[in-house]
Ligand binder design. Structure first.
Ligand code: ATP
Ligand code: MG
Length: 176
């Protein structure tokens, strides 16, 4: 029985992430998807709430026919305790997939197996590129699973992002 862990911010969840997860589910029995920086929302780089991202990921994974768990994980500002923090919130897992060197490094210090996940068309399958296109009124829907486009439509996500880009001050959390 192998249960894998994969984490991202998923602002939003896109077809690059989905390609990674499709590959992972061929190799394991169940998958735990961590929604990183769960406490963040309503900024230009992190527009969507943890709950909205749970919807995006859950609905996209439904079509894969695997058992999955989607768990929001808030940041802790101490790398040394991050793995314990993750494990305190998630179902137990024995393999971690990531292409983030820090994630690989922190889990390598434990008895959990780590595997490097590949990048798929990183130039376009990128949260930053998708948010840029949303703000520029360019086509972005073909870069995300259909379910994600539906969630973003339901929550009026593009309008939120545009509002945030007018009001968001990068260096400040001040709200007037
Ligand atoms: P952002 O541009 O907002 O940082 P992102 O596309 O990098 O968004 P994240 O949520 O930061 O998405 O990424 C989660 C994980 O998925 C990271 O380890 C990231 O490297 C990986 N990832 C991002 N894009 C792809 C892709 N096209 N193919 C495979 N993995 C990807
Ligand atoms: Mg990233």
């Amino acid at each position: 029985m192998n249960r894998a862990f994969y984490i991202g911010r998923f602002q939003p969840y896109h077809l690059g992430h989905h390609a990674v997860i499709k590959k992972i589910v061929k190799e394991v029995d169940e998958i735990v998807v961590g929604i990183g920086s769960a406490q963040q929302s309503h900024t230009v780089s992190d527009p969507f709430t943890a709950g909205e991202r749970v919807m995006m990921v859950s609905r996209s994974l439904e079509e894969l026919g695997i058992i999955y768990y989607v768990i929001p994980i808030a940041d802790v500002d101490r790398h040394a305790i991050w793995v314990s923090h993750v494990r305190s919130l998630t179902p137990p897992f024995n393999i971690v997939y990531s292409n983030n060197p820090l994630v690989i490094d922190l889990f390598s210090e434990t008895n959990i197996q780590t595997k490097r996940s590949p990048l798929f068309q990183r130039g376009i399958y990128s949260g930053t590129e998708i948010r840029r296109r949303m703000l520029a009124d360019e086509a972005w829907e073909d870069l995300v699973p259909k379910a994600v486009a539906e969630v973003i439509k339901e929550i009026d996500g593009v309008r939120r992002l545009k509002d945030l880009s007018r009001t968001d001050v990068p260096s400040s959390a001040t709200v007037f």
